[in-house]
Design a protein around this ligand. Sequence first.
Ligand SMILES: *Cc1c(COP(=O)(O)O)cnc(C)c1O
Length: 356
Amino acid sequence: MTVRLRAMLATLPSYVPGRNIPGAVKLASNETHYPPLPHVLARIAEVAGTINRYPDSNSTTLTSALATKYGVADEQVAVGCGAVSLLTQLAQATVDADEEVLYAWRSFEAYPILTAVAGGSAVQVPLRDYVHDLDEMAARVTGKTRLIFVCNPNNPTGTAVRRAELVAFLRSVPSDVVVALDEAYREFVTDPDVPDGVTLLDEFTNLVVLRTFSKAYGLAGLRVGYAIAGDPAVANALRQTQVPFAVTSVAQQAALASLEPEAEAQLMERVAEIVAERTRVSDALRAMGYEVPPSEANFIWLPLGEHTTDWAAGCEDRKVIVRAFAGHGARVTISSADENDRLLDAARDLAESVPC
Ligand SMILES: *Cc1c(COP(=O)(O)O)cnc(C)c1O
């Protein structure tokens, strides 16, 4: 007999990690190209000497540091093994069989997977002009909706919803439905009209904001993210659904070291450089004839439609790896000026092959 597994697994889309090819420039996973700060590496080396012991399962010190940083109560914060883990835990904490998880599509590719694994039904609302269609999403809320993901800025399009439309949406959602505002790229946002989700938590206690140390803070390999909830019950539910000891002592200490003022200031300088490169690369691509929706993240979106796969293969021939979503578009991470120039060279070569 073959082993009996859940039928859902056969229909599960797989999470496609960015490809690694020796000698190629990897612009496929929205990582930072900067190496870890020496200060953070030193802290990691220090804590490495204690890894014969289990970590603090509640990440108490890091939780408090984050609560202080954001001016919220410790009880509103939950730390997790990457924001992806917290998103998964949220689905486990809110959704029973056949209840609904609502989100825009295309958006973060983890959403369909974690929804299905939790046993929920996905309700996907197409983006409009590459942006969340919040009016349509509001219209799709039903008595079965238990969880809503709003990815802002949206992965993979880089687009962001503004304060007025987000607040109107949140007012329309029943206050017992959890809304997860995925702000994995918050640090790269420059438009002041794009709200900081934390400022909305007082008005909307059903809101929970997700952040990560993986992108702007450069700790993708360590796996540490956090949630800040309007209602401590949501943060508590995240602690209840966590795999014990999921956040390693090394990850906790590296995150704490990154939050120290000097380290954080250095990290935000790096963010500013990436943001400047985002403008340069977007403008250069537009000058070549490409459509580039305005990005508030550390990546850009090229809506190449049916040409996506060929274009991405052309980039790969030129040793530049982008993230292709067949039939939709290519997502390209903003990197160092040199690596971005490699992308621009490839895009220039390939511009004729796509009708812009
Ligand atoms: C990268 C990313 C995350 C964060 O992932 P980690 O698990 O913290 O590495 C969360 N949401 C979105 C939309 C992302 O792109």
